[in-house]
Each structure stands twice: as structure tokens, then as C-alpha cells.
Design a protein around this ligand. Structure first.
Ligand code: PPS
Length: 376
């Protein structure tokens, strides 16, 4: 269609038609649009203090997430005024406590999509393991500004294995805090951890023994002798010379889930800790994302339109606001591990898994598999 072919009246109509959607978007971004807005009903659940996140009924499917989020997040100065948003950095309502290499990053990646949850931009705060002398005020300042309609979250997977951290969180943050824990087949977790350290630390650093170097930075690590020991192969890293499993190596120690969980259950009521199954989560995150929403009292946001399976990545990815997957550091190719080593490790973890089953009253997906299924 050429403009010069149009009559003046048609041109005005065409301009109007073209610009209306743009105006709607601009208006929407300003936080003033009422169309499709979350309805603010009476509070049904208060997570902590004056927060009332589940009042909001999300009707997000028609809207790209970024537009949708702007209506009541602290990123929109105008919305702050028009909606009386009480925006400030707050101590977390939710902490992702681990376990390392079990899918904590993927859980965080998807949860970042939820408009009523704001996760600290700092990758991991490490408040009670690496920075035990940092003030809680400084820790609070690491948190994003959230409104009264959002929850604040932080995740540091290293917290899970440290004996004194549950009490420290109860003391410094809140006894009512909600905790997210994701666990995975401990043998696969160990291989993933080994692969991670090999990838992240150059050979020279590994030669000096990553763990020994790090020990100084982790003064409150639960047992003095626990550190990462990375040798040239997975086998020589996790097995002692006599062939027994080296549980002083953090690669193995982290997978003693029942041992670590007992410490958390001493301090926090069980209802405050949601335990997710990382192996199921990587196959299909949706049911557990929805369970997390319910656990946190968040409005329902996750459904099949928010995620998709990416064939190239081999994992689920976020579909909104645009299709994107986690980075190269997640979903690495693992080294070949000898069958005998697999067997030894499963045998080693068996009593801990049994205890985990008793502690939680649950059988996790990897507990149903026999060695052949897992290694094959
Ligand atoms: N959707 C999706 N995309 C990519 N990766 C996924 C996903 N879901 C689960 N996983 C698994 O998460 C493993 C990494 O775990 P963490 O994020 O807990 O690692 S870390 O402790 O934060 O370093 C990572 O382990 P590796 O495969 O060893 O890299 C993945 O298996």
C-alpha cells in the first residue's frame, strides 16, 4: 500500500490503526493500564510481616512478562507512586540453600521469571560461609528492591552442608523463612561437581588443590578436613588408594544429604523446607515450579506456555519474555566413569539415602533405579 494512493481521511485512519498498539504498549509500561491487571483481593496468605503476595491473581498469559511485571515491580517509578509500592531492599523471605550441582541454578533461572519473586542479582551471597563477619545490613543491601507484593530470594548452595548455618539464618534473618532445597542422585551430583571444578579452575590451580586453597575462605566448613580434592581423573579424586570412598573430599561429602538435612530439621520446622527432586526437575520442571509457587504462597504464574524443551540444549528453557536457555556452564558433558566406581559410590551412599527416605518420608526418583539403569 502506497501512502500517496490514500485519501487524506484514509491516511489518518491508517496512522491511527498503526499507532494504537504502540500507544497501548507505552501506556501499559507506564503502569497505568487497568486492562488485564492483577486483581487485588483480600489477603489470603501472608508470607512474612506485611507481605501479601498471594493477593494477586495473575492473568499473565496474554502479556509478555516484561510488560506484565512492570505494573507492580519497583522498576517502574510511576507504578511505585500510583500503586503505593513500598519499595526497599529487604532480607530474603526465601533462601535457596542447595544442594550444589543439583539444579539450584535451573530452579533460580525459572523462578526469576515469576513476577512476584525477585531474586538477588548477586550470583551467590555466601553470607554465612565466606563472609561470616559481614554485617546483616550489608547482606540486606545486596538484595533487590521489592514491593510489598513481591518476595525476595537469595540462593547459595554451599549453605546446605555447613552445620552452623541453619542457626545463623534463623538468628540473622528469620525463624519463619522459607527454604528451598533441591537434591539429585548423589553419584551424578559428584560427577557434575568434579566436571564443574575441572572446567572452572585452570590446571595449575587444581594442582595446588582447589580445596586446600579454598579451605581458608570457608572457615566454618563443618569438618576441618573437608575440602575439594581434584586429581586427574574422577576415580582418583573420589577413591582413596586402598579403594575406599574418600568422604573427606567435598565432592563426596556434599552428597551425604541426610547428614546435612538433620541439621536443618533441628532448627526449622519441616513445613518450612521444600525439598525438590533435581533429577525430575531437569526432565520436566513444571510440576515442581508449580509446587514451589504453592509452597511460597505465590500467585500462579507457571504453566506450559512459560517453558519449552530445547532440543539443542537438551534441557527445558524459558519461553518468556523470549526463548532462552541457561548458559554453557550448565548441562556440561560429563567424563566417562568406570562401572566399578559407580557401583562403589552407590553402595557408599545407600545408607544415607535410606536415612533420607526415613527423614523425609519420601522416595526420591534416583532411589527407585538400580545401578544398571543409572550407569547405562
Ligand atoms: N533446565 C536446565 N538447564 C541446564 N541445566 C539444568 C537444567 N535443569 C537441571 N539442570 C542441571 O543443573 C546442574 C547444575 O546444578 P546447579 O545449578 O545446582 O550448579 S551450581 O551448584 O549452581 O554450580 C547441571 O549439571 P551438569 O549437567 O553437570 O552441568 C544440570 O544437569
Amino acid at each position: 500500500m502506497k501512502w500517496k494512493c490514500l485519501s487524506p481521511r484514509s491516511s489518518v485512519a491508517a496512522i491511527f490503526i498503526c499507532f494504537i498498539p504502540i500507544l497501548i504498549i507505552i501506556f501499559d509500561l507506564s503502569g497505568n493500564s487497568r486492562q488485564g491487571e492483577q486483581s487485588l483481593g483480600s489477603p489470603t496468605h501472608r508470607v512474612s510481616g506485611s507481605r501479601h503476595v498471594s493477593q494477586l491473581t495473575l492473568n499473565s498469559s496474554q502479556y509478555p512478562f516484561t510488560l506484565f511485571q512492570s505494573r507492580w515491580s519497583c522498576k517502574n517509578e510511576r507504578a511505585i507512586k500510583t500503586r503505593n509500592l513500598d519499595c526497599k531492599s529487604r532480607l530474603p523471605d526465601v533462601i535457596g540453600i542447595g544442594a550444589k550441582k543439583c539444579g539450584t541454578g535451573a530452579l533460580e533461572f525459572f523462578l526469576r521469571g515469576h513476577p512476584a519473586l525477585h531474586i538477588a542479582a548477586v550470583v551467590e551471597a555466601h553470607q554465612w560461609d565466606w563472609h561470616p563477619t559481614r554485617s546483616i545490613e550489608k547482606y540486606r543491601q545486596l538484595m533487590p528492591r521489592t514491593s510489598q507484593y513481591q518476595l525476595t530470594m537469595e540462593k547459595t548452595p554451599a549453605y546446605f552442608v555447613a552445620d552452623d548455618i541453619p542457626a545463623a539464618i534463623a538468628r540473622d534473618v528469620s525463624r519463619d523463612i522459607k527454604l528451598l532445597l533441591i537434591l539429585r542422585d548423589p553419584v551424578k551430583r559428584a560427577i557434575s561437581d568434579y566436571t564443574h571444578v575441572l572446567d572452572v579452575f585452570p590446571k595449575m590451580a587444581r594442582k595446588q588443590r582447589y580445596g586446600t586453597r579454598r579451605r581458608g575462605r570457608v572457615p566454618k566448613y563443618p569438618q576441618a578436613n573437608i575440602s575439594y580434592v581434584i586429581e586427574d581423573t574422577f576415580e582418583t579424586s573420589v577413591l582413596n588408594e586402598d579403594g575406599t570412598v574418600n568422604d573427606d573430599n567435598a565432592i563426596i561429602f556434599t552428597g551425604l544429604y541426610s547428614r546435612h538435612l538433620r541439621n536443618w530439621f533441628k532448627i526449622f520446622p519441616r513445613e518450612q523446607i521444600l525439598i525438590l527432586d533435581g533429577d525430575l526437575f531437569s526432565k520436566n520442571p513444571l510440576p515442581q515450579l508449580q509446587a514451589t509457587e504453592s509452597f511460597l504462597g505465590l500467585p500462579k504464574y507457571f504453566d506450559a506456555t512459560k517453558i519449552y524443551f530445547d532440543e539443542a540444549k537438551g534441557f527445558f528453557c524459558l519461553a518468556m519474555p523470549f526463548k532462552h536457555c541457561m548458559g554453557k556452564g550448565k548441562g556440561r558433558k560429563h567424563p566417562e566413569v568406570e562401572r566399578e566406581t559407580f557401583k562403589k559410590l552407590y553402595k557408599f551412599y545407600e545408607p544415607y539415602d535410606k536415612e533420607l527416605e526415613i527423614l523425609t518420608g519420601r522416595k526420591f526418583s534416583w532411589m527407585n533405579l538400580n545401578n544398571d539403569e543409572v550407569t547405562g
